[in-house]
Design a binder for this molecule. Structure first.
Ligand SMILES: Cc1cc2nc3c(=O)[nH]c(=O)nc-3n(C[C@H](O)[C@H](O)[C@H](O)COP(=O)(O)OP(=O)(O)OC[C@H]3O[C@@H](n4cnc5c(N)ncnc54)[C@H](O)[C@@H]3O)c2cc1C
Ligand SMILES: CC(=O)[C@@H](O)[C@H](O)COP(=O)(O)O
Length: 680
């Protein structure tokens, strides 16, 4: 068997993965029944996690991560293939029509509406405009439009160019592309795939990936079905300049203007199996809605119509990752968002196939959610149930918990308490409140961790960002000390403003004397690295205003000293980028900070496992702050418990003092006085 990776399917997903695997040095073959039938050609190419109204949770996170990858990903593909790809972050305007107000617009904007333009409730950039404002912004909208949402970070890619570029990039890199090679069956034996059968015989490889889009069920009994979409395009009349410079995404209709004057109009969503062709009723429905939203289209020449099949699963979420066969990876079900999700799918699957790294996000899209057998056995071990049985063990006074009491008492002895700005805490673990799938899970996890300080993103709570609606009220603040943070602030000014809001929020929730703020000034959306200058500037001001400032910083010893000098209550150097789970990559600098700091040092961000939390504490950190590793674990409450124990273990180890590292062995039992030496 060769070390070849064999991908079945050459659509957006199969080709993106082929390119990624090849770029990382793998040997790759792609079997493609028919490149032209792939949905990637039929799509509109919208990069639209916000306009699609995807609710907060793993899917939105996947989409946002992918959207963020788009500029660099398309640049790289264009460079390899030598073919331009038009990626246009033009923003998407979602007009609202009377009686069809989409979910995200149902409540009015919380922040004061400045004239006729309001800022959205979502933590992501989104702006509400009333009827007059939206018309000013986009002249020519139909009379039925009563307002609209503007999503400046959504956009579009020319999916036809993308498809060509993916194919040529794969070819250029040396992927073995076998067009016209339809796989008829997948041969399986002893829990493994042993080959794929085509009309020419059996092909074997070391690993296999099934990426056949809407046709997935033909080869494997997994619930993926085709959702047909009909589309058409018109063209801006010759000599006229396109009046549309952004995508319009209305109820049941979208209008996607390309820079070359073509305007794509889509799309129907039909459960008609693989029935081919465009229908008069499909076309009429699209044209009626499109003209209603943007009447000028009625006189534009029609250029083309077509259709395609989206791969849809029952929950409309993709299937990504491992299967019941150890060497078979699954990649399908991207439904309406396969163009958007191509880069992140390729990255996460390549990480898993080549490096055995399973991003926690990938687990959310496992095929196992459709497996009745597995689902049933899972109910016994679902996070909540498992946690319940575990927590009852932990609270009952068993022999082991009694035996454990002495060291715990040491860790919580008065001289060993964590003290920040005059306030004492027994637990040295701080946790975050974001990224949980639901509030119950969050509450259970925070309780299981034993932490006493919980940080809350003020801005996201204020704007009711997805997953943050009612978050602040969801926790019992008589048991936890709130650490409001300024996440989402890019400048010192914003952070100062949000810190003040945070203080008000803590007051409203009953913590009258809470002046704590976790200061985050992060202009860089990619690595979420803090701005040292903005942080120092904001810290100085906030200290003057009476805040206890806990600044999140890169592990920079000089900056830590400057922040201490301006009066910060702690310093919070990062272990590695937020949410990366890369552990403590900055150990050498953190050691220097710990050595010289007179204020508590809290290692914040990047901790992925309990052993890394313990490592930070063994190094002498005063506390750690952990969010993603708990919230995104398969079983958050149990991971929270593990983190709490690790922090305590690490602290005890630090207090106990480790043995020095020696170059030579040193025997555990005496070398003299043994029987042999006594006899002789
Ligand atoms: C009308 C329409 C509009 C859309 N608009 C958007 C949009 O604006 N934004 C967005 O993000 N997404 C959009 N999508 C969705 C997106 O196009 C799909 O999610 C994505 O293309 C799916 O990619 P895939 O690789 O899984 O499948 P496909 O791209 O369909 O590719 C599957 C490939 O597998 C091959 N294959 C099948 N069976 C076999 C076999 N037995 N052996 C070998 N090869 C086989 C097929 O020939 C095909 O080439 C749209 C889809 C449609 C139909
Ligand atoms: C919630 C919070 O404050 C995070 O920004 C923090 O830095 C934790 O990082 P991880 O999510 O990597 O644990």
């Amino acid at each position: 068997m060769t070390q070849e990776i064999l991908i079945i399917g050459s659509g957006a997903i199969g080709l993106s993965l082929a390119v990624e695997l090849k770029l990382r040095g793998a040997s790759v073959t792609v079997k493609s029944r028919n490149f032209r039938e792939a949905a990637v050609h039929a799509a509109a190419g919208m990069i639209a996690p916000q306009a699609e109204g995807i609710p907060s949770g793993p899917m939105l996170e996947l989409c946002l991560r992918s959207r963020q990858m788009y500029p660099e990903w398309t640049r790289k593909l264009a460079e390899i293939s030598g073919l331009a790809i038009e990626y246009w972050p033009c923003g998407i305007l979602a007009p609202v029509v009377d009686g069809t107000t989409p979910d995200f617009a149902r409540e009015p904007a919380r922040e004061p509406v400045k004239s006729r333009v309001g800022i959205a409730r979502s933590g992501l950039p989104a702006y509400w405009m009333d009827g007059d404002a939206v018309r000013e912004y986009q002249p020519g909208l139909g009379t039925e439009v009563t307002g609209g949402w503007w999503f400046p970070e959504d956009g579009q890619v020319d999916n036809q160019m993308l498809a060509r570029s993916l194919w040529v990039a794969a070819q250029t890199l040396g992927v073995n592309l076998q067009e016209g090679s339809a796989v008829e069956s997948i041969e399986r034996q002893d829990g493994q795939v042993v080959g794929v059968r085509t009309r020419d015989g059996i092909d074997r490889a070391y690993r296999y990936v099934l990426a056949t889009g809407a046709w997935f069920e033909e080869l494997l009994p997994v619930p993926v079905s085709p959702k047909k979409g009909q589309m058409l395009s018109v063209r801006v009349p010759q000599g006229e300049k396109s009046p549309l410079q952004r995508v319009l995404f209305g109820p049941g209709i979208y209008i996607v203007p390309r820079r070359n004057g073509q305007i794509i109009i889509g799309a129907t969503s039909e459960d008609v199996g693989f029935t081919p062709g465009n229908t008069p009723s499909g076309m009429k429905g699209l044209l009626d809605r499109a003209i209603g939203m943007y009447p000028a289209l009625e006189n534009y020449p029609i250029e083309e119509f077509w259709w395609g099949f989206r791969p849809a699963t029952p929950d409309e979420l993709p299937i990504l990752g491992a299967s019941d066969w150890s060497n078979l990876t699954l990649a399908t079900g991207h439904y309406r968002n396969g163009i958007l999700l191509a880069p992140i799918s390729a990255k996460l699957l390549a990480d898993s196939i080549l490096e055995g790294k399973t991003d926690p996000l990938l687990k959310q899209f496992s095929v196992r959610r459709f497996d009745r057998r597995v689902a049933q056995s899972n109910t016994i071990a679902t996070p909540t149930n498992h946690y319940r049985s575990m927590s009852s063990n932990l609270t009952s006074p068993t022999a082991s918990s009694i035996a454990f009491a002495t060291p715990s008492a040491l860790a919580t002895a008065p001289e060993n308490l964590l003290e920040i700005a005059g306030r004492q805490f027994q637990s040295r673990l701080m946790t975050g409140s974001g990224k949980y799938t639901d509030f119950d899970r969050m509450r259970q996890s925070i309780a299981a961790s034993g932490c006493q300080i919980v940080t809350v993103a003020v801005r996201r709570v204020q704007t009711n960002a997805p997953g943050h609606e009612g978050l602040a009220e969801a926790l019992d603040w008589s048991k936890q000390w709130m650490l409001p943070n300024t996440a989402g602030c890019k400048t010192a000014e914003e952070a100062i403003r949000v810190a003040r809001l945070g203080r008000e929020m803590a007051k409203l929730l009953g913590q009258e004397d809470n002046n704590f703020v976790k200061l985050e000034v992060i202009p860089d959306p990619h690595y979420l690295l803090p701005d040292p200058i903005g942080t120092l500037e904001a810290a100085g001001q906030l200290v003057k205003e009476g805040f206890a400032v806990l600044p999140y910083i890169n592990a920079d010893p000089m900056l830590a000293r400057r922040l201490e000098d301006v009066g910060c209550a702690t310093v919070m150097p990062l272990g590695s980028p937020i949410g990366s789970g890369q552990g403590i990559q900055t150990a050498a600098n953190i050691r220097i900070i710990i050595e010289s700091a007179k204020v508590p040092v809290v290692v914040d961000a990047g901790i992925g496992t309990p052993s890394e939390a313990a490592q930070a504490m063994e190094m002498g950190a005063d506390a750690v702050l952990i969010n993603s590793a708990i919230a995104l674990a398969q079983n958050p409450p149990v991971m929270a418990k593990a983190m709490g124990m690790a922090v305590e273990a690490g602290r005890l180890a630090y207090l106990a003092g480790r043995i020095p590292v020696k170059e030579r062995a040193s025997a555990s039992s005496p070398q003299t006085g043994t029987i042999a030496s006594t006899v002789s």
